[in-house]
Write a protein that binds this ligand. Structure first.
Ligand code: SAM
Length: 300
């Protein structure tokens, strides 16, 4: 429901509690501007702050996550609470981790109406996720800060957390890498990792005008359904990702040369290719997950 925030903000009550009476959808340009003004906030480029101002996009993310009562949802970077509000409206329990020290006080007011939201101040790459999410499976929903999209996705996936689904807003170019297939120029270590742990698909496009400030890039919402078991079986996951990283570290080289560059000895490389029967003159970008697994297993 929308209210006349202009009027609200000019009342005396607002001098004390800046947003008293806020009972609006945060995801509109006017409400977002008012919240930013009331708290004297400027979107930090360094922290990747682009606030959603389109309620349809918020709804789309909430629906893609299938958010419902009984769910536990980890949100990364709630900002001023735009997506958090949509998620909280579903009745799910929301735990939102925010790095910007100024924002928990803002969120305490913008989300005052919801008792199913917990704000955890901190860096998502450093917080103890099992501790804040407790037992049992949880979902992840986020409009990610673009400057650390890949480290966040990798950290969430590699730790084998009990995540059932990840619904994230990312730069379109990153989303295309997440779903890229072998042989494509943009297929790389991120594609392998995402597809090893999940089944990813692009849910919908999000234009720059859906944010304040508008980012310089196009965005999309990607849904990653986490697999019960990784896409391929490997003897040693660490070795699998070591080989993948080596293969894409110098992607113009043949995989054997790229592996040499990454510190594998000539003997190990020759023995491994002989064992798995794959041509060592191919480039890593042509390798399927199954082939990376066979090569890594031959080394393990
Ligand atoms: N969820 C809000 C929305 O959709 O309008 C804000 C999204 S904004 C793109 C990204 C948010 O992530 C910002 O609030 C930023 O402060 C926060 N952030 C940046 N780096 C972070 C980190 N390492 N850990 C947790 N939050 C972070």
């Amino acid at each position: 429901m929308s209210v006349d925030i202009d009027k609200e903000l000019n009342t005396e009550v607002h001098q004390e509690t800046k947003l008293k009476g806020l009972n609006a959808t945060i995801a509109t340009p006017s409400v977002t501007r008012h919240i930013m003004k009331a708290f004297n906030l400027r979107a930090s480029k360094k922290l990747g702050q682009n606030f959603l101002v389109d309620a349809n996009i918020v709804r789309g993310i909430v629906e893609a996550a299938g958010a419902q009562p009984g769910d536990k949802i980890l949100e990364i970077g709630p900002g001023i609470g735009t997506l958090t509000q949509g998620l909280a409206e579903s009745g799910a329990e929301i735990v939102a981790v925010e790095l910007d020290k100024k924002l928990p006080a803002v969120l305490a007011e913008t989300l005052a109406a919801y008792d199913n939201v917990t704000i955890v101040p901190g860096d998502i790459l450093k917080v103890n996720i099992p501790e804040i999410m407790g037992e049992g499976p949880f979902k992840v929903a986020a409009n990610l800060p673009y400057y650390i999209t890949t480290p966040i996705l990798m950290a969430l996936l590699e730790r084998h957390l009990p995540i059932s689904i990840l619904v994230t807003m990312v730069q379109k170019e990153v989303a295309l890498r997440m779903i890229a297939r072998p042989g494509s120029k943009i297929y790389g270590a991120l594609s392998v990792a995402v597809q090893y742990y999940t089944k990813p698909h692009i849910a919908f496009d999000v234009p720059p005008r859906s944010f304040i400030p508008a980012p310089e890039v196009d965005s999309v919402v990607v849904v990653c359904d986490v697999r019960e078991k990784p896409a391929v079986e490997v003897k040693d996951e660490k070795m699998f990702f070591k080989v993948v990283k080596a293969a894409f570290g110098q992607r113009r080289k043949t995989i054997a040369n790229a592996m040499k560059g990454a510190g594998f000895t000539k003997e190990i490389i020759e023995a491994a290719f002989a064992k798995c029967g794959i041509d060592s003159g191919r480039r890593g970008e042509t390798f399927s997950l199954e082939e990376f697994a066979a090569l890594a297993d031959a080394i393990s």
